[in-house]
Design a protein around this ligand. Sequence first.
Ligand code: CA
Length: 232
Amino acid sequence: MNQPLILIIEDEEALRRFLVPTLTSQRYQVLSAATASEGLAMARSHNPDLVLLDLGLPDRDGMAVLQELRSWSRKPVVILSARNQERDKVRALDQGADDYLAKPFGAAELLARLRVALRHTLQADVEDPVVCGGGLRIDLGRREVTLEGQAIKLTALDYRLLEALIRRNGKVATHGQLLAEVWGPGGAGNTHYLRIYMAMLRRKLEADPTRPKQFITEPGVGYRLDLDARGD
Ligand code: CA
């Protein structure tokens, strides 16, 4: 099978010099652009499988690039953001970006995120609705959760939150996305609901709830579920 084509839109030359060989060494096909207009033109002509998008570009705001990409493509977009740009990250995720990498990041983190982003997100009606990892087994069809073979009792809201995280398939979910999916319009702004229910899920499902490995907090942004992390 052909390796996925990745388009990098990033004006920082040093970062492109790191990204291009790192990705080509993993046999990804790589295109890179230093401006928003060049990047959008390449996206249209090559229809890449994934776009790595810097938010701070010289000619146009990266957010505008994201909106334009999303007007015609559902392919994954991973944001490259400077630290202390939590609000921008959240906005980008809420507007359809799949994930983000906070600069500086290493090769291992980059490659892990790309693998997750390139994985297909679970659909509502998957053929095999059973998800396993790190001792957990979640049967989405039967709404059954077991940990090391033991049935775990979850409340309806616990379960809905767990399911919302599972459907992200390892990608980050923003506070706003989770609140809307679990509590509906009434949840907007109530991030403390999330803290409470996340603590509950960790207590029931993490090996050590005080040092969570699977239910990961992304500070200022949201949460992600890494089911396979328990065995580390
Ligand atoms: Ca930049």
